[in-house]
Write a protein that binds this ligand. Structure first.
Ligand code: ACO
Length: 323
């Protein structure tokens, strides 16, 4: 398969570190030095499904296909207001698509998990054109009285359209059980048989543990991937890594000994948008003309679970009409 269209959408509301310091015991310098994040976009007037639709429409438009050409829709999403129906069902008809659709929760690695699933559909002839929309509102999982988590996240959506082709070289997705280091628990309805009423637990994160797990897992993924494809860090033109934390990205870059220019980032502007971070970055770079024909890209992400996903692909330039 190959990517033939990209799109993204961000909420209008911008919230800077200084704005957070207005009601949390934190500071711009703490957040910037620990994470690299300067500002983020948070949903206020819009809904997540509206963002997802805009990102998807932009991706379909740039692909040159029509919505009815899409024969599978995958939404990467951790949680939203609806448990059912799925986010993919909610956006399907407004997009003008008429095909099977499913949500996939691969935490922050969900976009790469979705690509991996799409790859299997192409290889088994189940689909010819697949739309992946990663849409996330992690700001809605956080306790906004807690500075440990709320300063890290932002909301957004990114989308790609895939068709048959030879763009992707290899995938690796991994999973392991580490429930305690990163979780968000929602209460369900109480039945007459429940003994205890479970309360919603806004996002709990053991930051240092997650940091170590993330760096270790990403480095392992990159090493395995390069070795089994007989490649070195030099062979990758650009590394599109999950935009969680600048220090995690720096640790991976230092391990590989590769120049900063190969590691584009936008977490400064958007914070951690979970599984939407890589497709948003990809869309911005592609529209800015920074992804050239034939470039070799490495995409790598990690997230709650603990899960990871990595892929290596060749880029084919996309032509965007003037907006
Ligand atoms: N402002 C000011 N102080 C803070 C804040 C804040 N927003 N948050 C925590 N602190 C305090 C703590 O209370 C603690 O104080 P103490 O030392 O008095 O107990 C201290 O700062 C902790 O400081 P450090 O140990 O230096 O913090 P650290 O360097 O570990 O950075 C951070 C914390 C940024 C959370 C880091 O651990 C991290 O990035 N972890 C990974 C987070 C991540 O990537 N999460 C997402 C992954 S998965 C996904 O994408 C969903």
């Amino acid at each position: 398969m190959k990517i033939i269209g990209t799109g993204s959408a961000l909420p209008e509301k911008e919230v800077t570190n200084d704005m957070l310091a207005g009601f949390l015991e934190t500071s711009d310098s703490w957040i910037t030095t620990r994470t690299g994040i300067q500002t983020r976009r948070l949903l206020s007037k819009e809904t997540l499904s509206e963002l997802a639709i805009t990102a998807a429409q932009n991706a379909i438009k740039s692909s040159g296909l029509n919505p009815e050409d899409i024969d599978y829709l995958i939404c990467s999403n951790v949680a939203n207001s609806y448990v059912s129906p799925s986010l993919s069902s909610i956006i399907l008809a407004p997009l003008g698509c008429c095909c099977p659709c499913i949500d996939l929760n691969g935490a922050c690695a969900g976009f790469i998990y979705s690509l991996d699933m799409a790859d299997a559909f192409f290889k088994t002839g189940r689909a010819k054109n697949i739309l992946i929309v990663a849409a996330e509102e992690p700001s809605r999982f956080c306790n906004w009285h807690e500075r440990e988590t709320s300063v890290l996240f932002g909301d957004g959506a990114g989308a790609v359209v895939l068709t048959e082709g030879e763009g992707f070289k290899d995938f690796r997705v991994t999973a392991d059980t580490h429930t305690d280091v990163l979780y968000y628990k929602r209460s369900l309805e109480v039945t007459p048989y429940d003994r205890v009423e479970e309360k919603t637990m806004p996002l709990v994160m053991q930051g240092r543990e997650v940091f170590k797990l993330a760096v270790r897992a990403c480095i392992k993924d990159v090493d395995v991937m390069l070795e089994r494809n007989n490649m070195t860090g030099e062979d990758i033109d650009m590394y599109l890594l999950h935009q969680a934390n600048m220090r995690i990205i720096e640790s991976i870059r230092e391990h590989l000994g590769q120049p900063k220019e190969k590691f584009p980032t936008n977490l400064q502007k958007y914070g951690n948008t979970s599984s939407a971070s890589i497709p948003i970055l990809m869309d911005e770079l592609s529209r800015a003309g920074e992804l050239k024909d034939g470039m070799t890209l490495l995409l790598s992400a990690f997230g709650g679970g603990f899960v990871t996903g990595i892929t290596i692909m060749k880029w084919s330039e996309i032509k965007y009409e003037e907006e």
